[in-house]
Design a protein around this ligand. Structure first.
Ligand code: ASN
Length: 629
C-alpha cells in the first residue's frame, strides 16, 4: 500500500533521520510510545534536537487514595481531595512545564489533570493524566466494589494509554494487586500499583520516588502484568505482601524475585516477566464473590470455632496451615469439619503461614489435608489465594470441578512451577555452542552476551522464512521471542508484514506483544495494514491490537486517498484495523464525500456496505484459515 499520508511519511522520515542509530533504547523489548501529531505541526525551528527525536507515551494514573495523598487533619492522616495535581506541577522531577509550553501540550490535554515528565534517559516523554477518585480512600476502607471500579476504568481507557498506574494505600495494596491480576484477563499493558509510607506533601517522603518509578516503567516498558512498585523494586502484584508498617521498604515478594529494579538504571528481568500466551482481547472480569475467608490455624483452635466459620455462607476458604502445609493429624473431629464443608461444595485452599516456601505432603500432618480434599496452594500468598477464590467462584457458569481446576492452575504467575521442571537455557544449544567455539569464547558472561545479541536477529530471520520449528527451538533454549532487533522490530512485526498467520498465532501464544513499536513507531498492526494482510489484521484486532490516537487521527487522509484511487481492498483493511470510515481528511472531506465528488459510485457503495456490516462492539469474526508461507 502506498504511503500517501504526508504526516505519516514526514513522521517516518523524521524518526528515521533523527533517532540516534547508536542509541541502545530501541533494542529494549516492547517499548511503547509514539509521536504526538503536534510535533510535526510545530515549526521544526522551535524544537531543539532532543525534542525532535522524542517519542511520547501516555500513562493513566488512577488515584484511589492512600497515604501518598494524605494530610494531617485533627492530628490524624486523612486523604486530601483535589490537591495532588497542583502540588505535582510544582515539582520539576514530576512535571516539565517548559516542555509542556514549548510543545503546546495543553492544546491537546486538559491542564487540570495532565502532566509530563522530564526527558528520560531512554529519550521518552511520559505524558500522564491523573483521575482522582471521589472519595479518596484509606485502603483499609476498600472492598471488592472498589477493585471492580479500578478494573472497569482500566478496561474503558485501555486503548487510550500505554500503561496504567494505580495510586493506592499500602495496607491492602497486596490484596488489590492480587485481585486485579486475576480480573485483568489477557492483559497486554503494564498496570502498576504504588503508594507511599509518608505523604508526598511532606518534605522527606517516599511518594515522589515511588510515583516517578511507577510512571517510568508504565510509560516505557511493555510489561503485561499487574505489578506493584515500591522502594526501587517492581514486583508481580500477586506475589507481594506488606511486611513493614514503619519502613519505606514495606513490601516483600518472598517467593519470586522482583521483575525490575530501578537504581542507577532500570533493569528489567525479562525472564521473570509473565508473558501473554493468548490471542484473546483484553477484558476485565469485575464479578467477584465476597463469600470467601481466611482461616488461620493456631495450636488449640477449637473444633467449634472451625465449624462456626465453615457453617456461615462461606463458599471459599484459604486455610493458613503450618510450615509446609500441615495441620493436626491427631484431631479427626477437626479434619471432619473440613471434609464436611468440602462435601457441601466449599472450596478450601491450603496455604502456608510461612512467608517463604511451598505447601507439600512431606508429612502425615500435610497429607491429612490433601486426603481431606483441600487444594494445595503451592507458594501462593494468602492475599493471592483469597482474591483468586473470589474471582474463580464468581464464574457461575463453571462446575465446581472446573472451579477447583482453575484454583490449582497457575493463572497469572501467582505460584511457582513444580520443582524438577526442565530448565533449558541458551548454553544447551548446539548451534550457539558451535558459534561460541568458532569465536573461541567460553566465558559464561561472554556467552550470555553473544546469546543476547544473536537471539533477536535469529528469531526475526526464522520468522522471515515462516520457520516455526526454528522459532520453537530458540524458545526451548530459553529465549524470549519478543525481543526486538536493532530496529526495534520484533518477530511479530515480521510475521505480520509477511502475512504468516500461523506464525503470528504461534508468537502470540508465546509471549509476543501486539503493542510493540519499532523505531519508526510502527506496530505489528500497522505493518499488517501496510502489507494488506487481512487475516493477520483480524487476528491482531481480536487479540486487542489497535491504532494509536495519532494513527486514528491520520486515518481520514489515508481513507480519502484510497477512496480517490478506487482502492476497495485498502479501504476494507483500514476498516478492519479499526479506522473510522467517517473520519474526515485534513481538508474536512470524508472518504465517501471524496468518492462522490469523483463520481466513484462503486466506492461509495463499498463504504456503505462496510459501514453497515460493522461488527457489533468491535468484535471481528475471525476465520481460522492458516495461510503459511
Ligand atoms: N493507611 C494507609 C492506607 O493503606 C497506609 C499507607 O498508605 N501507607 O491507605
Amino acid at each position: 500500500m502506498a504511503d500517501t499520508s504526508t504526516t505519516t511519511s514526514l513522521a517516518r522520515a523524521l524518526s528515521h533521520q533523527q533517532l540516534d542509530p547508536c542509541d541502545p533504547s530501541p533494542r529494549d523489548p516492547l517499548v511503547p510510545g509514539r509521536r504526538r501529531a503536534l510535533s510535526f505541526k510545530s515549526s521544526l525551528n522551535r524544537l531543539d534536537t532532543d525534542d525532535s527525536c522524542v517519542i511520547e507515551s501516555r500513562v493513566l494514573v488512577l488515584n484511589t487514595g492512600g497515604t501518598i495523598g494524605m494530610k494531617v487533619d485533627h492530628d490524624v492522616l486523612k486523604p486530601e481531595a483535589n490537591a495532588l495535581v497542583a502540588m505535582l506541577k510544582k515539582l520539576p522531577i514530576l512535571h516539565d512545564a517548559a516542555y509542556a509550553e514549548k510543545t503546546c501540550l495543553y492544546d491537546y490535554y486538559n491542564p487540570e489533570d495532565t502532566l509530563v515528565l522530564p526527558l528520560s534517559k531512554e529519550k521518552r516523554r511520559i505524558i500522564y493524566t491523573i483521575v482522582e477518585y471521589n472519595p479518596l480512600l484509606d485502603s483499609s476502607n476498600m472492598t471488592t466494589k472498589d477493585w471492580a471500579k479500578i478494573g472497569r476504568d482500566i478496561e474503558t481507557e485501555y486503548e487510550n494509554y500505554d500503561g496504567f498506574v494505580v495510586l493506592h494505600g499500602t495496607d491492602t495494596m497486596a490484596y488489590t494487586a492480587s485481585a486485579l491480576s486475576f480480573m485483568c484477563e489477557h492483559l497486554g499493558k503494564p498496570v502498576i500499583l504504588t503508594g507511599s509510607q509518608v505523604p508526598i506533601y511532606e518534605m522527606k517522603n517516599d511518594g515522589r520516588g515511588n510515583l516517578l518509578g511507577a510512571l517510568m516503567i508504565a510509560g516505557q516498558y511493555c510489561i503485561p502484568e499487574v505489578c506493584l512498585y515500591f522502594y526501587n523494586k517492581l514486583y508481580r502484584g500477586n506475589r507481594v505482601t506488606k511486611v513493614d508498617a514503619g519502613s519505606y521498604n514495606a513490601f516483600s515478594s518472598p517467593n519470586l524475585a522482583p521483575l525490575a529494579t530501578t537504581e542507577v538504571d532500570i533493569a528489567i528481568d525479562w525472564d521473570t516477566v509473565w508473558m501473554p500466551n493468548t490471542t484473546s482481547k483484553f477484558r476485565v472480569s469485575t464479578e467477584l464473590n465476597r463469600n470467601v475467608g481466611l482461616l488461620r490455624l493456631f495450636p488449640g483452635i477449637t473444633t467449634e470455632a472451625v465449624r462456626a466459620f465453615l457453617q456461615s455462607a462461606i463458599e471459599g476458604v484459604v486455610l493458613e496451615s503450618y510450615g509446609s502445609g500441615n495441620a493436626p493429624d491427631n484431631r479427626p473431629e477437626l479434619i471432619a469439619e473440613l471434609k464436611k464443608a468440602i462435601a457441601s461444595g466449599t472450596i478450601i485452599m491450603n496455604c502456608t503461614q510461612c512467608l517463604k516456601g511451598t505447601v507439600s505432603a512431606f508429612y502425615n500432618t500435610g497429607k491429612v489435608l490433601l486426603d481431606a480434599g483441600l487444594i494445595p496452594g503451592g507458594d501462593m500468598t494468602p492475599e493471592a489465594a483469597l482474591s483468586k477464590l473470589s474471582y474463580v467462584l464468581a464464574k457461575t457458569n463453571l462446575s465446581i470441578e472446573a472451579k477447583k481446576k482453575l484454583m490449582s492452575d497457575n493463572l497469572r504467575g501467582e505460584m511457582s512451577a513444580d520443582r524438577g521442571a526442565a530448565t533449558l537455557c541458551m548454553s544447551d544449544s548446539r548451534f550457539i555452542q558451535i558459534i561460541a567455539k568458532t569465536l573461541s569464547i567460553n566465558c559464561t558472561e561472554e556467552m550470555k552476551a553473544i546469546c543476547n545479541a544473536l537471539t533477536p536477529t535469529l528469531a526475526c530471520a526464522a520468522t522471515k522464512t515462516g520457520d516455526i520449528e526454528a522459532l520453537e527451538a530458540l524458545r526451548e533454549m530459553g529465549n524470549n521471542l519478543c525481543l526486538s532487533d536493532y530496529d526495534g522490530r520484533t518477530p511479530l512485526h515480521i510475521a505480520a508484514s509477511e502475512g504468516y498467520l500461523n506464525v503470528v498465532q504461534y508468537l502470540l501464544s508465546h509471549g509476543a506483544s501486539v503493542y510493540a513499536r519499532d523505531r519508526y513507531g510502527d506496530t505489528p498492526l500497522s505493518n499488517a495494514v501496510r502489507f494488506r494482510r487481512k487475516e493477520v489484521v483480524k487476528l491482531l484486532r481480536k487479540t486487542g491490537a489497535h491504532f494509536s490516537r495519532d494513527e486514528l487521527d491520520e486515518a481520514g487522509t489515508e481513507l480519502s486517498s484510497l477512496a480517490a484511487s478506487g482502492d476497495l481492498e485498502g479501504l476494507e483493511i483500514w476498516h478492519l484495523a479499526g479506522a473510522d470510515l467517517n473520519k474526515p481528511s485534513y481538508d474536512g472531506k470524508t472518504a465517501s464525500q471524496v468518492a462522490e465528488a469523483l463520481g466513484k459510485t462503486e466506492v461509495v457503495r463499498h463504504l456503505l456496505k462496510l459501514e453497515t456490516n460493522k461488527p457489533k462492539s468491535g468484535v471481528i469474526e475471525f476465520t481460522a484459515t492458516m495461510t503459511g508461507k
